[in-house]
Structures are given as structure tokens and as C-alpha cells.
Design a protein around this ligand. Structure first.
Ligand code: NAG
Length: 530
């Protein structure tokens, strides 16, 4: 057993230190189970060789033993499209223990496409352009070598485009008689804001500047006055600075870019939340004017002056009038997400509340609670609950994660549940996707947007697009009623809904569109859900 173990592992030689470094770097990634034996081992080795070639040298003769428990949590760019195995079937077992299903998006989309190789190539090209656009030199790992006499900032140095800053924290500690350091950059130049006697400075105003002195304190004083001026305009990038003596070198990055532009809403000074000043209710309607009227009437009994924005793509639109109502007529059948986009684009208040046209406000529909949590936490969006005619109340909480999958695309995993309860709000949790009844910061919801190609169905697509940019919560104590007796879509269990929206869309073209959005736009090869 020992010798097989050795034989199996003996092929790969990497130092334990490197393993730890990689574990650390990747531990924030998705935590799906990855099989790393035996294929995974060579993958681990490949990744090390590709990403840290300068670190894998030097300890080849020392063997290591993979610790499965930890290593299996590493994302190794090789996600699998695996469904749960079918187990015994009891009545209700699928409700109690919802099985994970897997949908191979690449197979589903490509097999119906007339030119699968062409579309794969095009997707790869678009992805490579996307990576170039979103790459920042500040994302590169920088390793500090052992026992450097150099002192320098490791993060938090930032300069506005074409502006000048003092570089904080530069210093040298060494026991020599002659001291010399130099700095290099690629997107800017160095200078000194003051001179110190006994220090020679060469290359002021250039990309390479050298400072030398026989007196270490004088040199360290001079280093406090070193400036960096960005000279190559780019609104969002980073410059990697090298700071070195002849024997040692250190690297750190200076972020180059404008600060985030605030987008503040002037809602007037208030002691209590004034919903009319803070919130606009947005909805989309198609033919259901009786339902829409009930929604508006119910809103008016609780919030008489809140603005309601209605996007309407009915074929023969009927007038919807009244105070604080904006009715936008769209071309016939423009669709669900196009309507959401239009309605949300017209909102001028800090928050927008999304409601379907067949919802009914009740005394439990307390928008103040949603405003309160958005005002007091870092959440960007908070979902409520929808009560069916039957009494069943749904919050539709899901978590979403993405696991890297290499050239074929990544894997999208959706599960029931949430991440954690929110401190101070016992009825509220943090999740990645919530129900169709939510309040969000208007500017953030507009930033994510709703893909207008999704005409008939679409809900999770918005939350997939929002992953990484919106912080999302869900509160079970803000409840709106659902008027329709037909159990669509909230009368079903969450899993039925998710499944249906992806698998049983009304037409082949619709299924294809959803496959395309996930396969091409979001670059997934696989989706698993419950
Ligand atoms: C609340 O806001 C609305 C709209 O901005 C405004 O007309 C109304 O006077 C405000 N109410 C109070 C009590 O401040």
C-alpha cells in the first residue's frame, strides 16, 4: 500500500510551501467537490507549473502527499456536470430532499446550432476580449522574497489618472557602507518632492530613478519624498513598481484610476421614511388590466402618493390613468425583461420596488421594512414574500455559485437556501437570488439591467448577471398577496418553478434562447439546480 502510494504521488514534486500558497490563493473560490485523483494531481501540477513557474523550481527532490480533504476543495478549472443519483422514491421525497439535476448547456445549445464549431470559436474570441478588458495588473499575485531589506507598501496605493502622489512607506534597512536603491515603472515617472543633503538622485522625471547615499538615515529621509506621476492615460488600470537594490527586489502595484463616482438621490430631509419620496413601484403588464387595477387600488389604500411606473406591451393598450401613475406603452409583445428594463429606467427615486401586475398589497406589505434594511445595511436589493390564494407563502431563496471549468466554459450551481441570517433583522437572510417581489437601489438594479431578449420568461437570469455586483437579502415578513388562482408561477414549489423555467419553456425557440444566454452570454457549459 505504501509503495503504491509512493508510485502514485512520486511523479509530482512540489514544495509544501507552494501548496499552502496555492491553497490560500484559491480558498476563496467555489467550494464544489473536485476529483483530483489521479487526473487532479496532474492538473494541480499543471496549474502550478503554469502560474508559478518560478516557485516550482528548487524543491523537486522533496516528495509530498496530497491531503484529499483540503485539496478536493480547490477549484482546478475542471468542473463536472453531475446530477444527484436517483434514489428510492417516496411520496413527497422530492419535496423534502430535492434532487440536484444537471443540464449540459453546451450539448443542449450546440446540438441545435447549425455551426457549433463556429459558435464555440466566436465565444472563445469574445471571452478573450472580455478578459483583456477586465484585466487589471493589480490582480497579479506578487510574491515578497525572503529577508528583503526593502520596506514598501503592499496595498492601498492609488493615483488618479495623470496625477502625482507621494509613495508611502519606502525604506531600506541594511548594514553596508554605501547604499543604493532604484525604482522602475511602466505607466508613470518618479521624482522627489524635496531633496535631502548627502543623497544623490538620478533619473528624476523618468521611469527609472536611482537614489544613493553613504548615509542610511539620509537615504531613508529622501525615500519619504519620492513621488510617482502617472503619465499614460488609462481610466482604470494599475502600474507595477519595482523597488530594488543590487541584491534584492520588491514589487508593488499602484492603482491608476478615477474614484468611484457617487450617485446620490436627494429624497428630501425626513425624520421618518417617506415612501413616496424614496420608492417607485415598477410593474409590467400584458392584457391583464383588471389585475393591474386591483394592484393599483391596493397600493393606493396604503401608499396614496407613491409613483407607479407601468410598462405595457399589450396589442391594444387601454388607458391607465390617475395621480402618480406613469403608463409606458411599448411595441406589442416586446416582452417581459424589456418591460422590466423600460419601467426601471424611468425611476427617479432612490429605490425601486418590483411587483407583478397580479399582486395585491395588504397591511403586511410594509415597504418601510424594506427601506429600513436597505438604509441600515450594505444590501443593494431585498426580496419579500408572496402569499398564494392557498395560503402558501414563498420567498424563493437560492444560492448561486460558479465553478471554473476551463475552455469549455464554467459551471453554474443553484441551490435552495441562503448564506446567513442578517444581524438585527431576524426575519431576513442573505441569498443570491430571491422572489419576484423585491426592492433594490435604483442605480444598482439599472447597472445590472434585464436582458431584453428574454421575452417570455426570465428571473434567475437577472440574479446570475447580478452575481458579484449586488449584495442581496430576503425578508419573510414583508408579504404581498398573489391574486391569481391559477398556480403560476408561485403556486409551484421552488424546484418545479426553476425546473420549468429552464426545461419546459413554451417553445423550442424559448428553450434555445435560455440555453444561448447561459452558454454564450454567461459562458457556462453546465447548470445544476434543485
Ligand atoms: C413625502 O414625499 C412626497 C414626494 O416627494 C412629498 O410630496 C410629501 O410632502 C412628503 N411627505 C412628508 C410628510 O414629508
Amino acid at each position: 500500500m505504501r509503495s503504491t502510494h509512493k508510485k502514485c504521488l512520486g511523479l509530482i514534486f512540489v514544495s509544501v510551501g507552494v501548496l499552502i500558497a496555492v491553497f490560500h490563493t484559491w480558498s476563496n473560490g467555489p467550494s464544489q467537490i473536485v476529483d483530483i485523483q489521479p487526473r487532479g494531481e496532474s492538473l494541480l501540477n499543471k496549474v502550478l507549473a503554469q502560474q508559478y513557474p518560478y516557485l516550482t523550481s528548487g524543491h523537486e527532490s522533496i516528495a509530498y502527499h496530497v491531503k484529499d480533504k483540503v485539496a478536493s476543495h480547490l477549484a482546478l478549472n475542471s468542473c463536472f456536470c453531475l446530477a444527484d443519483k436517483e434514489s428510492f422514491q417516496l411520496p413527497l421525497s422530492s419535496l423534502l430532499f430535492p434532487r440536484v439535476w444537471a443540464h449540459k448547456l453546451d450539448a443542449a445549445f450546440l446540438e441545435s446550432h447549425p455551426d457549433p464549431e463556429g459558435v464555440k470559436h466566436h465565444r472563445a474570441q469574445e471571452y478573450s476580449n472580455f478578459q483583456k478588458r477586465s484585466y487589471s495588473p493589480a490582480d497579479l499575485p506578487i510574491i515578497a522574497e525572503a529577508n528583503s531589506p526593502l520596506q514598501y507598501p503592499t496595498q492601498g496605493v492609488e493615483v488618479r489618472p495623470l496625477k502625482t502622489i507621494l509613495i508611502p512607506g519606502l525604506g531600506l534597512k541594511e548594514e553596508k557602507t554605501k547604499h543604493e536603491v532604484y525604482l522602475t515603472a511602466t505607466l508613470g515617472v518618479f521624482d522627489v518632492a524635496a531633496t535631502v543633503n548627502g543623497v544623490a538622485v538620478k533619473g528624476e522625471g523618468e521611469k527609472l530613478m536611482t537614489l544613493s547615499s553613504p548615509f542610511l538615515p539620509a537615504l531613508n529621509r529622501q525615500l519619504q519624498f519620492v513621488t510617482y506621476t502617472n503619465t499614460v492615460f488609462h481610466p482604470k488600470t494599475a502600474d507595477t513598481v519595482k523597488f530594488a537594490t543590487d541584491g534584492h527586489q520588491a514589487f508593488f502595484s499602484i492603482k491608476v484610476g478615477h474614484g468611484p463616482m457617487p450617485k446620490l438621490y436627494n429624497s428630501g430631509y425626513q425624520k421618518e421614511y417617506n415612501i413616496s419620496a424614496l420608492v417607485t413601484i415598477a410593474t409590467k403588464t400584458f392584457l391583464r388590466y383588471d389585475k393591474l387595477k386591483d394592484l393599483i387600488d391596493s397600493i393606493r389604500s396604503y401608499y396614496p402618493t407613491v409613483t407607479i411606473v407601468i410598462a405595457d406591451d399589450s396589442e391594444h393598450p387601454q388607458p391607465v390613468t390617475g395621480p402618480h401613475i406613469e403608463h409606458y406603452i411599448m411595441p406589442f409583445g416586446k416582452g417581459w425583461f424589456a418591460g422590466r428594463n423600460l419601467a426601471v429606467s424611468q425611476v427617479t427615486t432612490k429605490y425601486v420596488l418590483w411587483a407583478d401586475d397580479d399582486f395585491i398589497f395588504t397591511a403586511n406589505t410594509k415597504l418601510e421594512k424594506m427601506v429600513d434594511i436597505l438604509e441600515k445595511t450594505t444590501l443593494d436589493l431585498v426580496g419579500g414574500a408572496v402569499r398564494e390564494v392557498t395560503g402558501y407563502t414563498a420567498t424563493y431563496r437560492h444560492t448561486i455559485s460558479v465553478e471554473e471549468g476551463g475552455e469549455e466554459g464554467d459551471c453554474l450551481h443553484m441551490r435552495h437556501g441562503y448564506h446567513h441570517v442578517i444581524d438585527g433583522f431576524p426575519n431576513c437572510v442573505v441569498a443570491d437570488a430571491v422572489i419576484n417581489f423585491f426592492m433594490g437601489r435604483t442605480d444598482k438594479v439599472q447597472q445590472v439591467g434585464f436582458n431584453p431578449r428574454l421575452a417570455r420568461k426570465g428571473h434567475l437570469e437577472f440574479f446570475v448577471d447580478a452575481l458579484g455586483s449586488l449584495h442581496i437579502g430576503s425578508c419573510s415578513d414583508v408579504i404581498v398577496n398573489h391574486a391569481s388562482k391559477i398556480k403560476l408561477p408561485w403556486g409551484q414549489t421552488d424546484s418545479q418553478k426553476a425546473y420549468k423555467s429552464f426545461r419546459y419553456s413554451s417553445s423550442t425557440a424559448d428553450v434555445n434562447l435560455h440555453n444561448e444566454v447561459f452558454y454564450f452570454n454567461n459562458r457556462f457549459k453546465c447548470m445544476t439546480s434543485q
